[in-house]
Each structure stands twice: as structure tokens, then as C-alpha cells.
Design a protein around this ligand. Structure first.
Ligand code: FES
Length: 357
């Protein structure tokens, strides 16, 4: 007899009875591995109260479908709460009420489905233990037939087909549960306007001054020295009703390069002013702010997924997952020497999927 180094299994060299047993399968010098702990088998079956008392069984059934109906109520309540407690941008307390009541509805919907399903399994489904031996992945015809039988047995035991009220209430609860998500996600988008049109334009227009972010002070062309970079917002942005939403589209980076370093296509000859160029700060990958400017290489780096844009070549992508250049804002100066936009961006800013519409 020997002790196994790894598992602590007791190994027994083939003794006479084992040899006798093994001869049929030619064991050679094999050792017989015995379980360290003998298999205790199944515990004695004890019927539940619902197995022997039909009244208790009906009561359990009522509890289960009541829970599923409660889940439906929770889902509907979450939708109603979304409409009854809207978020007002001027009232921070409305955010608390909105999330509190929507959260309560979703929690009730999810909890009631979970508790109902567990109670169904514990109180109503037949208790029956079975042993399934391991086998190759592809089952034989016999196995497949057995699988069908198991499904039929499971259907019989759970009463899925027979207990139609319970089953239908569960189906109803599962259908109702995702509905709040549809309403909530729709609420993230613009309500009364086409989102594509809305996101295709920013508040830049001809004559809008370029101002410092966040102060909003205008920038003269003479303020922008060679190699410098400015974070820019349109003049008047801070006075709009939704400055953050406007800024999310209109934020710009302004840089001054030696005009000789710029490779400008014929259509963009007038878009820079003595080497001062302005590009959208919203990354064309998934919209992070492209805020890192390498002055020596004239590369802009997006810190989210490391896309790099070459300012000397109209912000074309030279590295990373972004698929198109940063849109350029055409600029010039006004009569007082302040930098102004010539127009809005000529293409949508931000993630590239908008160009596919
Ligand atoms: S958002 Fe800029 S690289 Fe991903």
C-alpha cells in the first residue's frame, strides 16, 4: 500500500483479488486508485409539504404567479415613474426622484421574477435525482432520444405545460421586464428632433469668434504664437441653455505651425490663417476629447485608445482605431484681428458612423 503524493489517494498495488479482477482487462502493473472518501450516495428522500398536501400545493402556486404578476407591475411602474418624475435640468432633486422610483420599479421586477422562479423550483417542481454518466460530446441516437425524454420529463415535473397560469405569468413577466430599458435608452436621445440632423451641425457659423475654454474670452491671431495650442469654444457658448451639450460638439483645438510645415489641399487653402489651424477636439473614433498636442511632431493624441492625427497633413489618422481625420474648422480674422470661423464644420464631428447615414 502506498500514499499518493498529490491527491492523498490511497494507492493499492494489485493484490490477489484485484489481479483476479484485472485479468479480464489485462491491467499489467497498474495500481488501483480508491476514493479517499467513499461515495455517501443520495440522502433519504423526504417529501415536501406541497408533495403531500394539495391545499399547500395550490397555495404555493398562487404565491408563484402572484410574484410574477408583481414583477409585471414593477416593470410598468418603472416606465410610469420615468414619465411621472422627469429630470429637469434646473432641478438636481428631480434626478434623485427619477432614479429612485425607476430603480424601485426595476428592482421589484427583477426580485419578483427571481423569488418566484426559486419558489416554483423549491415548492412545486418534482424532486427527483438522476445520474448522468459522462460521454463523448456528440451523443448517439439513444442519447438524443434520452435528451428528448428528459425535456419531456422536465416539462412534466415542472408543470410548464400543465400549470398554464404560472407559465403565462412568467412569460408575461419576462416580456415586460426589458420594456423599461427601451424607454430609458430612448430618453437618452434628442426628443423632438432628428438626432442625425442635430449631430451634423454645431453652433459655429461664419463670424463666430474663437474664444478660450472655459473663460470665453476672444483670441487675437497675434496671441497665438508659433508652437502654442489653445482649447477653444465658440463665443456665446456659456450663455446657451445647454452649454455642455453644445460644447460636446463644438470644442476645438487651435494651434499655430510654420505655414511651410502645412500640407494643404487646394480646397482648404483659405481655411488656416498664417499657419493657425483649428480642428475638432472630438475624436472620430468614439468621441473622446483629443487633448494632447505634441508640439515637436505636430501630432494630436487621443488618450482613450491612442489614435494619432497629423496636423501637418490635415489631421489625417497616422495611428490607432480612428477611421477618418479630425474635421477642420475654417478660420480667418475679423476687422479687429480676432480669430473667427468662416463657417460651421463642413462634415459631422465625432465618431465616424455618422458619415454612413
Ligand atoms: S476615442 Fe479616440 S482613439 Fe478611441
Amino acid at each position: 500500500m502506498a500514499q499518493d503524493d498529490n491527491g492523498g489517494h490511497e494507492l493499492t498495488t494489485a493484490n490477489s483479488s484485484a489481479v483476479e479482477h484485472a485479468r479480464a482487462g489485462d491491467p499489467g502493473t497498474a495500481v488501483i486508485v480508491q476514493d479517499a472518501v467513499p461515495n455517501p450516495g443520495f440522502p433519504t428522500h423526504r417529501p415536501r409539504i406541497t408533495d403531500i398536501n394539495p391545499v399547500k400545493q395550490r397555495r404555493a402556486e398562487r404565491v408563484v404567479y402572484t410574484l410574477f404578476y408583481l414583477s409585471i407591475v414593477g416593470s410598468i411602474w418603472a416606465i410610469a415613474a420615468y414619465m411621472m418624475f422627469p429630470i429637469e435640468s434646473s432641478d438636481p432633486g428631480s434626478v434623485r426622484l427619477n432614479t429612485l422610483f425607476i430603480g424601485l420599479g426595476i428592482a421589484l421586477a427583477l426580485l419578483a421574477i427571481g423569488i418566484g422562479a426559486v419558489h416554483w423550483g423549491k415548492a412545486l417542481m418534482y424532486e427527483q435525482e438522476g445520474i448522468d454518466l459522462r460521454h463523448p460530446v456528440r451523443g448517439s441516437e439513444v442519447t438524443i432520444e434520452r435528451a428528448v425524454e428528459i425535456f419531456q420529463e422536465a416539462d412534466q415535473e415542472s408543470g410548464f405545460s400543465r400549470r398554464t397560469v404560472v407559465r403565462n405569468s412568467l412569460i408575461g413577466a419576462l416580456i415586460a421586464f426589458p420594456l423599461p430599458a427601451i424607454v430609458l435608452f430612448r430618453g437618452l436621445g434628442p426628443q423632438n428632433q432628428n438626432p442625425v440632423t442635430l449631430l451634423s451641425h454645431t453652433m459655429w457659423k461664419a463670424g463666430t469668434r474663437l474664444t478660450r475654454d472655459p473663460e470665453g474670452t476672444p483670441i487675437k491671431a497675434t496671441d497665438v504664437t508659433l508652437g502654442s495650442a489653445f482649447h477653444v469654444i465658440p463665443e456665446g457658448l456659456n450663455e446657451t441653455p445647454d452649454p455642455l451639450e453644445e460644447k460636446a460638439k463644438a470644442a476645438v483645438l487651435l494651434m499655430r505651425l510654420n505655414p511651410a510645415d502645412l500640407n494643404v489641399s487646394p480646397a482648404r487653402k483659405t481655411w488656416n490663417y498664417n499657419g493657425i489651424v483649428a480642428y475638432s477636439k472630438i475624436c472620430t473614433h468614439v468621441g473622446c476629447p483629443v487633448a494632447l498636442y505634441e508640439q515637436q511632431t505636430h501630432h494630436l493624441l487621443c488618450p482613450c485608445h491612442q489614435s494619432q492625427f497629423d496636423i501637418t497633413h490635415e489631421a489625417k489618422v497616422i495611428f490607432g482605431p480612428a477611421k477618418r481625420p479630425l474635421p477642420q474648422l475654417p478660420i480667418t480674422v475679423d476687422a479687429e484681428g480676432y480669430l473667427v470661423a468662416r463657417s460651421d464644420f463642413t462634415e459631422p464631428v465625432g465618431p465616424s458612423f455618422w458619415e454612413r447615414n
